[in-house]
Design a protein around this ligand. Sequence first.
Ligand code: DGJ
Length: 377
Amino acid sequence: MKKFVFLFLTIWCVSLSFAQQYASFKSGELWKDDNGIHINAHGGGVLLHKKTYYWFGEHKVEGRIGNSAQVGVHCYSSTDLYNWKDAGIVLQVSEDVSSDIAKGCILERPKVIYNKKTKKFVMWFHLEPKGKGYGGALVGIAQADKVTGPFHFIRSTRATPKSWPVNVLELHKKAVLEQYKEERSNLGHEEHPDSVNTLGRDFEKGQHSRDMTLFVDDDGKAYHICSSESNSVIHIAELTDDYLDYTGKYVRAFVGRKMEAPAIFKRDGLYYFMGSGCTGWRPNAARSAVAPSIWGPWTELGNPCVDEGKETTYQSQSTYILPVAGKKDAYIYMGDRWCPDNAIDGRYIWLPVEFKDNRFIIHWHDEWDLSFFDKYQ
Ligand code: DGJ
């Protein structure tokens, strides 16, 4: 027995000493954690806490079943952004079939933010109850005392129930046409959200929230940004001081533009938005926009990708834009190259964001490192 333990420990130590060390980003390649396993944090976001980066994302399993949540939310930590330590599953799906987050539900795009007032870590994610497709259009909210969890699921909800947006139109308050009363998950291409008035239809129980992200501004106010009204309109909603609910103040943006995969970042007092069109798991051309305030007005800036492959965002879809700590004008585009037939094999596309002519652009790089940003320091 002793011999066996000794042999096991020797093999383990040797394999650790050979663990791959990274010093650059190679988008689309396998990206291994400290255990030598491809990082499993899809649709993710990164939180910087006490000089360490924490990457939270969807843990996927092999095959098409991996497109639904079989495990939960995975977290990794890093101090250099290249090498990531496995911090484990921080939010587990439930074995209880009656739970909102029952194993087999759809749990996508988890984002974690830190609340300085409550000293809690708060996670929001897109949630679809098991077996209901994408018709639920809910958010899930969870909270933890420690950055690496465990996160405890609090509740699920539609977005901003019983509140009208700041820029509501009178027509939204009128009765919904009979043919649009029932829940329909997607608008036909010919339909404009205002003619269907899903906003009015969903007023009582709350607005759709599918693809989503969170953004914390310099003043500590947090916002939930989601694809709403059957993916036709982006909603930007203010959160309460504890980040666990909506204040009821929100705005409709990009009406009728049918965007998903929202990501928001701030530079020199301006707010930048990146998103995609709606083509399921298949990539499409990215969109970008700028605004002087989180409430808008948002001005579209076109496709930020500029090299060959720009029509598919270099075969990826945005999930987050990460400001690099301590570096001026250093932002990283984080995208997912989905692999719906074998979900666990999804790859990560991380590219530097550059600023040119009052917009941001993204070039393709086979390989790059953080010294890319040295020219701005
Ligand atoms: C695109 C979204 O961005 C993903 O998060 C996921 O919901 C897929 N659609 C599902 O088709």
